[in-house]
Design a protein around this ligand. Structure first.
Ligand code: AQP
Length: 328
């Protein structure tokens, strides 16, 4: 069975973008892959996080993974910080990567834009090498991510190929898996910008644990155009196309089916349908989340997951240390 690996940072509140771009794929794919899904909390501290909030969001993220349908019997769920082999391999890969390639990472450019050099951590700059370690430590075949992370998976491939060439065949070369619908969910108020959990844009962003009625209001207030035709055209009609993507992904209908369903409707009617779909999704997810967070399931799952993750990672790290000359 091929292996799948991915993770999410427990930074701000998880958004509908994180769900549709990432978590939904993890759930859909877990039957066909041996899956490893982790909480990327080491990546979270590339920017400052309040200690208690970080801990709470870590638990929430695991509960959301489970509430979304990740099954611990099929998917190994673990906490990155509990597996030191990620750091160990991260350092080796950092020493086999170049400033030139990290300078080309668009996420770093976006996140450091308009900030002074004294406000950007070294971790934010080098985190793609740790991400490469996260992936190749497990010989992952596929990495389901939203389109914004594709460049990092491509960097991972380059680093792994370089290592294999230098030290001998060691790592599998992973493939990014980008969803057909939901690869990028846009901000509801600025539909040319990614919906993001750490952006200060409450009206543009739907978070997974927010009041479903507030989410309805946000959908109804989403920015669209004045053409009043339900037609997918990301270039010229980004707002309505974004809502179509959300509706299509949540209802498991194709964009063509959505166009046909709403060909005689106006924007108001369509927005109501999207809002209803989002509301039902949130109500369902949140009721499952609540039961999980009130139980001891998060700890049980993480305790079990880390054992399997460590065993695999340790074997790979030993092989790497041997090849690099870091063993006795
Ligand atoms: N708007 C989005 N549409 C589709 N996919 C998305 N992802 C994030 N936003 C969207 C995918 O979710 C996963 C989460 O990745 P992450 O937490 O490691 O970081 P990120 O990509 O930087 O996500 P955010 O929400 O923008 O977080 P912050 O604000 O903390 O940087 C990834 O697979 C990502 O592609």
């Amino acid at each position: 069975m091929k292996r799948l690996l991915s993770g999410i940072k427990p930074t701000g509140e998880l958004t509908l973008g994180n769900y549709l771009g990432a978590i939904k794929q993890f759930v859909d794919m877990q039957n066909d892959y041996e899956s490893f899904i982790f909480v990327a909390n080491l990546h979270a501290i590339t920017v400052y996080n309040d200690k208690e909030e970080l801990k709470k969001r870590t638990r929430d993220l695991v509960a959301i993974y489970l509430a979304s349908g990740l099954d611990p019997k099929k998917t190994t769920i673990f906490l990155q910080s509990e597996n030191n082999y990620h750091n160990n391999l991260g350092w080796v890969l950092e020493c086999n990567s170049y400033i030139g390639e990290l300078n080309r990472m668009t996420q770093f450019k976006d996140k450091s834009k308009n900030k002074s050099a004294n406000a950007i951590t070294c971790g934010l700059y080098t985190y793609p090498t740790l991400m490469a370690a996260d992936i190749i430590l497990y010989d992952a075949d596929v990495v389901p991510v939203g389109i914004d992370q594709k460049q990092h998976v491509e960097l991972t491939r380059n680093i792994a190929e370089r290592f294999n060439n230098r030290y001998g065949e060691t790592f599998k070369i992973p493939e990014p898996f980008i969803p057909k619908t939901g690869e990028k969910i846009y901000d509801l108020q600025n539909p040319t910008k990614k919906m993001s959990k750490t952006e200060d844009n409450p009206k543009g962003c739907i978070t997974l644990l927010e009041d479903p009625d507030k989410a309805v209001k946000k959908i109804m207030g989403a920015v669209t155009d004045s053409d009043n035709q339900i037609k997918y055209d990301l270039q010229n009609k980004p707002g309505i196309s974004n809502l179509m993507t959300i509706y299509s992904a949540l209802s498991n209908k194709t964009i063509a089916e959505v166009e046909t369903e709403f060909k005689d409707s106006n924007y108001g009617t369509f927005k109501k349908a999207v809002a209803e779909e989002v509301k039902q999704f949130l109500i369902d997810l949140q009721s499952k989340y609540q039961k999980i967070i009130d139980s001891n399931m998060v700890d049980t799952v993480l305790d079990e997951g880390i054992k399997k993750a460590r065993t695999i990672a340790q074997a790979k790290l030993n092989e790497v240390y041997e090849k690099v000359g870091l063993s006795r």
